[in-house]
Design a protein around this ligand. Structure first.
Ligand code: NAD
Length: 276
């Protein structure tokens, strides 16, 4: 590492060949605070042995994509790969005693258990959505719901690209859960995603409605509405592209480098955990 790079946080990207991996490489190269120390993807495939910068559509940066994770001391591992790779990646971080930022979604209960166990030894940030804006929106949802109470009707609208398979989005569900929790409601009992099922009845007082639209290339839009007689409060987040998740994850990477062992999420990274 050169003298000018000594103050930088070295990161290793796992899942380097993927959509998120390439976005992460681009953001690390553009960062004044981070330096790429490694890029890993599964064995086989076209990217192995290639320069990570070239792979991400940039210039050569002198970091070759490898197929095994062996992080050096003082690096931070950022994993956006696939759930089947996660357990091995956690163990490699544990062996090397380095922090982990985990963005891979769909991990099993067994992997979550391993994550908790590993967090007794190393610091880990895990989040299903690393967007700074969505993390704040979810926090604001709870604060607003608590202040407004159940007299204000909460409704959520979300839009995603035409390829998305699940509906409503996991993020819409998390926003709804934050509203329910803040107002003492059990989310599963009050959420409604299909009003045609109960079309002879008006809206239930405690209901939290979620409507999902699909089409085009939207990276994700979420609006939480609180409706009352004569006034309406709307909180909206619009994702431009997946670079926002990469930037959030790298903010987490910089933050986790100085933390004690523990399992953290984006609320901790943004200093929102103690805000009630
Ligand atoms: P992708 O399919 O484009 O990329 C996944 C990459 O992981 C591929 O290059 C694949 O070869 C690689 N991979 C597979 N097995 C591996 C292994 N054993 N070791 C190393 N690399 C391996 O997927 P994507 O769109 O880049 O998303 C990756 C993950 O990140 C998914 O789980 C996705 O849901 C998640 N994601 C999370 C957030 C967030 O904010 N937390 C945002 C976007 C995507």
């Amino acid at each position: 590492m050169s003298e000018s790079e000594e103050h930088l946080t070295p990161v290793v990207i796992v899942g380097a060949r993927g959509r998120m991996g390439k976005a992460l490489i681009c953001e690390v190269v553009a960062s004044d605070h981070l330096v790429l120390d490694g890029a890993v993807d599964r064995s086989g495939g076209p990217g192995r042995g290639q320069d990570a910068g070239v792979l991400a559509g940039l210039h050569s940066i002198g970091v070759t994509v490898t197929d095994s994770l062996n992080p050096r001391r003082h690096t931070v591992v950022v994993d956006f790969s696939l759930p089947e790779a996660t357990q091995n990646n956690i163990r490699r971080c544990l062996d090397a005693r380095v922090p982990l930022v985990l963005g891979t979604t769909g991990i099993s209960a067994e992997t979550v258990a391993l994550l908790r166990e590993a967090a007794e030894t190393i610091p880990i940030v895990s989040a299903a959505n690393f967007s700074v804006g969505i993390t704040l929106l979810t926090k604001l949802a709870g604060l607003a719901a608590r202040a407004l109470g159940t007299d204000w009707n909460a409704e959520i609208f979300e839009i995603h690209h035409k390829h998305k398979r699940d509906a409503p989005s996991g993020t819409a569900l998390r926003i709804g859960k934050a509203v329910a929790k803040a107002t003492g409601r059990v989310f599963a009992d009050v959420v409604t995603t299909d009003r045609s099922k109960n079309h002879t009845q008006p809206r239930g007082k405690d209901e939290i409605g979620i409507v999902a639209a699909r089409g085009g290339d939207s990276a994700g839009e979420h609006t939480l509405m609180f409706l009352s007689d004569g006034e309406r409060l709307e909180l909206t987040h619009r994702a431009g592209d997946r670079a926002i998740f990469a930037r959030g994850a790298l903010r987490a990477a910089q933050w986790i480098a100085d933390q004690k062992p523990g399992l953290y999420d984006m609320r901790d990274v943004l200093g929102l955990s103690d805000l009630s």
